[in-house]
Ligand binder design. Sequence first.
Ligand code: ADP
Ligand code: ZN
Ligand code: MG
Length: 483
Amino acid sequence: MAYDDKYEMVCGVETHVEMATKTKIFCGCSTEFGGEQNTHVCPVCLGLPGVLPVLNREVVNLAIKAGLALNCEIAEFSKFDRKNYYYPDLPKNYQTSQYDLPICKNGWLEISVNGEKKKIGITRAHMEEDAGKLVHSGETITTSNSSGVDYNRTGVPLLEIVSEPDMRSVDEVLAYLEELVQIMEYAGISDCKMEQGSVRFDVNVSLRLKGSSEFGTRTETKNLNSFNSVRRCLEYELERQADILDEGGAIVQETRTWDEGKGMTLSLRSKEEAHDYRYFPEPDLMPLVIDRKWVDEIRSAMPELPAAKRQRLQSLGLPEYDAGVITSFKAMADYFDAALEKFDDAKTLANWVMGDLSGLLKANSCSFEDSPVSPVQLAGLLTLIKKGEISGKIGKTVIEEIYKTGKDPETIVKEKGLVQISDEGALEKIIDEVIAANPKSVGDYQAGKENAIGFLVGQIMKATKGQANPGLVNKLLRGKLAE
Ligand code: ADP
Ligand code: ZN
Ligand code: MG
């Protein structure tokens, strides 16, 4: 029996996003990913005695921007707090974070699942610093003889975004996460490189009997770093909880971890073992006072966000599905917009971007950012087709040629002699030959088999290597067959 025959799931997610600043949150060290171990470090981010943090203004800019993009209130007064715990990846033995007065609160974003729109509440978003990374000599911490610590990531600015427990299905959770990550990417808050750990999710989930209004006891699975892991983790965890409840058991409120290889969640620590973080105000940083002028400046420079972009594309005549696909990656949406400036038939452009071009890029593991076919070249190609200079079919050859050679479509068409044959005299000659060579099909057509004309058109296209103007061929052929 599936869990959702009897129960309803409730889910809220805490998302950590690494912010796209050049330098760390409290020092001037580089935030660049990778780099030789312990080279992006200084006395401040190593937590050496006697140092003082200085808040990076760009972190605040990005946090305000993220808050606005998520429809949050931006606090006029917020502050930093120390979250105390002892672990080798945290050299200060406390994480500088925000506790009771976060910079952003009370926001929302809108998701759409199977055509149904729903707002998911954002409880809060706060700034904090990332910790370092343990580097194990073996595969995992338990199978290693020794572990080292790389502090390059220590002090990289994070935004933690906490959702309300508003999600009621796995699809809603995925829709929320995808929308959130898109917003973060479009607004330029983060590079959102999931494979580099730029975005990590803590998933809180519980079950309750259908129709019940109270929440059940939840578990929190920490540090998921892909949409796919979240989906698998939720599916596992929901069945696990349902089995316990079915047997009359109780869910233990605990923190769990997702084992990607085993495909299951494992207990890390229960509520009784939970840390007491002994939060207290950070004495080394002034409270943060944000005047409204600062917020207004950031609001007025806000780029177009995914929801607005989807709406604009739909208003240009794209179906909701196409608009969703094109905006799903910012690089793809940027490419589309750049091509649209030179070729204004949005639906035709969308077909080529989502079809032939996506196919070529995928086959070569290339991204839209690095596409060898530039937006201007694609627009040029589509203009040639629209003007009837080449057929759509030849266009498919041309785009491959652009991809391979980088040459402009006009050049390729000229060099390869691909110009569409729209000369009636030339076409009539070929049509006559095809008619003469295929008496059976001609007879079939004339006996009322409409399909037979397709074969004849195919033969004419073949004889012209696809260069005949298909509209004209159809017209001339029908004329001749009716004679
Ligand atoms: P904590 O203070 O323990 O971190 P929070 O109240 O901040 O807990 O909630 C953390 C996350 O858990 C939030 O995203 C919230 O929406 C979610 N959450 C809270 N209660 C439940 C529940 N019963 N079931 C599922 N998710 C929940
Ligand atoms: Zn530093
Ligand atoms: Mg919390």
